[in-house]
Design a protein around this ligand. Structure first.
Ligand SMILES: O=C(O)C(=O)C[C@]1(C(=O)O)C=C[C@@H](O)C=C1
Length: 432
């Protein structure tokens, strides 16, 4: 398995470079037939998109009533998905001999004698982003095999082809350039907090959140066979993993240097490939297996119920539903200082919509707001982008009304995605 990297020096043995990414452009077959079906944008209501932009995004795709209408691009790609389904059904029919012999004309319409060849009615899931027909879903993640992100990709899409990438940015690009169908990226951990980089990338890129998975993270201390804790002079891992194990490392008497690397499994691989006998890695049991390391300690995270939340990203949004719990993620900014924040949040409170997460990040386009007071001087206020997750589907009128109200107070609002909540049973002690 190769991993995607952004290094400009070309392809290395484990990595696909950004150059390589660019050479693998969009499959031209995806947009062959655009209008096989009429696509009802009002019904399909691909309810994610930009409400207004201030230099970040595409033109508005919400209508004036605050309801969402599919943009032309969304409409076209949905048509393409439907069209490719039809083409694939026709191809299947041809492959399995469903040619002239099996097809007879009844009342002027073609019909078939084999039920398998009868075109299936389209269902709601046909409107969801789908991989190329017949192909395995390709899911990009940051790290190397054995990383928790790989496990998250497997939890989200059990039979997927997981594609390792050396950076989060590369995972985004892999989806944008059709090398991968989805990206699975960590956004927050119950101990270590938010993975800020991914919040910034969500804003910079145009992908849609189509799902979430919460993965119990069970860290192990790994070293080469024969190495004992007393020999160690340093512990290396992903900064999040180091943060999640800080107290336990100290309790174990490991007052050694901590060094951050790109991912947990990469730390294990590094120790193995450089035969480092004074270094341990914090990584998964699977990484120990893959890279031939021994487990010195298990379950070294500071809290046994350590969980990382990942989001799944796709080029197209999914159709929001109301028949199961959904979450919606938005990002907004306003130009009147933080006093507006209360008003924005009350739009949800008044409708009994629970917020599950609030995150703020620097407003990179306008980081500082100066307020002059002739008598006292100049106040320098930091400006923020606010990310909010709330427990409602964009198909829910309460959510639509709340966003219409939020729009009143904000200078920028974008729906990052409306997607099913991870409701899998709680089993924090499971090893991943
Ligand atoms: O390094 C890994 O194994 C990752 O998948 C990354 C990551 C993260 O970014 O938080 C994922 C889960 C754990 O919280 C630790 C590290």
């Amino acid at each position: 398995m190769q991993s995607l990297t952004s290094s400009s020096s070309g392809i290395n043995s484990k990595s696909l470079t950004r150059t390589k990414i660019q050479s693998n452009r969009v499959n031209p077959n995806q947009l062959v037939i655009r209008c096989v079906y009429r696509f009802d944008s009002a019904n399909a209501a691909a309810n994610t998109g930009t409400v207004r932009t201030n230099g970040y995004g595409a033109p508005a795709s919400y209508n004036s009533a605050g309801h969402v209408g599919a943009s032309r691009a969304e409409w076209q790609s949905s048509c393409a998905i439907l069209a490719s389904k039809v083409v694939s059904q026709q191809q299947n029919a041809e492959k399995s001999g469903g040619g002239a012999g099996n097809i007879t004309a009844v009342n002027g319409h073609k019909t078939t004698t084999d039920l398998d060849l009868v075109p299936k009615p389209l269902t709601i899931t046909d409107l969801s982003p789908a991989p190329m027909h017949g192909a395995q879903l390709r899911v990009a993640y940051q790290g190397v095999p054995g990383a928790y992100s790989e496990a998250a990709a497997g939890k989200a899409y059990p039979k997927c082809d997981a594609i390792p990438c050396d950076q989060f940015e590369v995972a985004f690009q892999a989806v944008e350039l059709w090398i991968a169908d989805r990206a699975v990226l960590p956004v927050e951990n119950s101990l270590g907090g938010s993975i800020h980089r991914n919040y910034d990338l969500l804003l910079r890129h145009r992908l849609h959140i189509v799902g979430e998975v919460q993965l119990p993270v069970h860290h192990c201390l790994l070293a080469l066979p024969g190495v004992r804790k007393e020999y160690l002079t340093r512990v290396i891992s992903h900064p999040q993993a180091l943060a999640q194990c800080e107290l336990t490392l100290t309790k174990l008497g490991l007052n050694v240097a901590r060094e951050a690397v790109d991912d947990t499994a990469g730390a294990a691989e590094y120790i193995a490939s450089n035969n480092l006998r004074d270094t341990a890695a914090i990584a998964s049991a699977r990484a120990a297996d893959l890279y031939g390391l021994h487990i010195l300690e298990q379950g070294i995270q500071d809290d046994s119920s350590n969980v990382t939340r990942f989001v799944m990203l796709a080029r197209e949004p999914i159709i929001p539903r109301t028949d199961r719990p959904f979450k919606t993620s938005i990002v907004f900014a306003h130009d009147k200082g933080t006093s507006v924040l209360f008003k924005v949040l009350s739009a949800f409170a008044f409708r009994n919509i629970s917020l599950t997460k609030i995150e703020s990040r620097p407003h990179r386009n306008r980081p500082i707001r100066l307020v002059d007071d002739a008598n006292v001087g100049t106040a320098k206020h930091f400006e923020y982008m606010f990310y909010v997750d709330f427990e409602a589907s964009m198909a829910d009128v309460r959510a639509q009304n709340a966003l219409a109200e939020v729009q009143e107070f904000t200078s920028f609002l974008r729906v990052l995605g409306s997607y099913p909540m991870d409701m899998t049973p709680w089993c924090p002690s499971r090893e991943d």
